[in-house]
Every structure is written in structure tokens, then in C-alpha cells.
Design a protein around this ligand. Sequence first.
Ligand code: ZN
Length: 252
Amino acid sequence: MYYDIWKPYVPVAKRRAQAARKASRLAKKGHTLSPVVIDGRTIATTFWGKAWCSNLERYSDYANRLPRGRTYVRNGSVFDLRTAPGTVAALVSGSDVYEIEVKVASLPKTRWHTVCKDCAGAIDSLVELLQGRFSKAVMGRLCQANTGLFPSPKEITFTCSCPDWASMCKHVAAVLYGIGARLDKSPDLLFTLRKVDQQDLITSAGKGLQRRRKGPAPAKILDTGDLSEIFGIEMAQTAAKPTRKSRRPRSK
Ligand SMILES: [Zn+2]
């Protein structure tokens, strides 16, 4: 047994039991859980999920806690994750059951208009958009740091009911990865979180018929290598396994 700085290590079986008790209390109140289930080691497999996770990993602000967050989300600790415009509420099983809220800032209107303008004529349908079936040029545009669709750290705020949340705790990190996993199933969630209408990207395509031929090349699904190229970093599933070394004492 090892100790997590201050608190004794809580075995997985006990964590599960705590989570089950919480789940049963919530069920009595009519609350249906929406757990994040990861199949294998890969947290996200689609363009939207991978791009979300890569975006998290591009910022050094989050570097310390992300490896623990990946472990947590992979082992099923995020046993409830619910989304609403601009907000994600989640329950994570750790030493105790913790409640997490993540708020994502709305995409500034001017930025959204510029994204739509830059992608005009390049995305033919909502299905192509949500399946991530568009050119590298469009992907690169959507994934641009600070001017694309994905939030920078200053556009993400969070709270956790654990005593350690002032700097990002592993529970929040797990929820952030949980959002990436959820985007695999519901890519439209990104637009909900950022409070923009994904249809605008398609509508722009209609309006921009004149420009269609000049738009980026037709649909193509990026593989991990391409995404890594865009972000200039390793993708989550190829990152090193977290080790005890990566565990840090609370510094704040
Ligand atoms: Zn926490």
C-alpha cells in the first residue's frame, strides 16, 4: 500500500462501493447516470475526441495532472458525466466520491464568424462535419490554438468537491478527458459547450458556393499521425504510462 501524500490509498473495491452507494442514492431521486466508458487504453478515436484531448495536452498549464486524469478516466472513475450548454457536471470516484463542474466559455462571436468564413464551401453536410470528414486544411483551421473551436485553459474554469482542486486536480483532469471520450459519441457536444450552432458551418458552405472550388480539398479522415502533425505533439494513446514519479505533492 502506498500513501497519496496525505490521505491513505483507497482500494479500488472500496471506491467502487462508494460510487455504487452514491449511484443508488441518485437513482432513488430519478437521476440516471451517464458514465464514461473507455474501451481499452485509447481514450478517444474520432477526429473530435482526439482533437479535444490533443488540445488539452498542448497547454503546459495542465501537464502535471493530465497523466493521473487519463488513468482515472480509463479505469471508469468518471461514473457520471452530464452536459449542458457551456457546462459539464460529473461525478468521479477517488478516495471519496467527488462532484466536478467544468465551465467552457462561449466561443466569441467574432471568432466563430471568422471560423465559418474561413471554412466556407469546405464542409458539405452536417454528417461530414460531425464525422470529421473534411480536409486537413479545415481540420487545421478548427484546431488552431486561440482562434479555433477548442478552448484554451483561460476559457475553461472548474471546481471539484475534493480538497485539492485549486490547481487542477486529477478528478477535473479525468472529466476533461471524459469530455474527449464523449465527443466520440456526440461530436455536436463541442458546439453545445461553446454555444454556437454547427449548422452555421454548413450554411456558410451554401452561401459560399462561388468560393467552393477555391476551398480546401474534399473530405478525408485524418489519422493520428496527421493530428499529431497539426498539434506538434504526441497523441494521448501513445503517451508514456503514468508512473509514481509523475505524482506530485500538492503545491498550492
Ligand atoms: Zn478533485
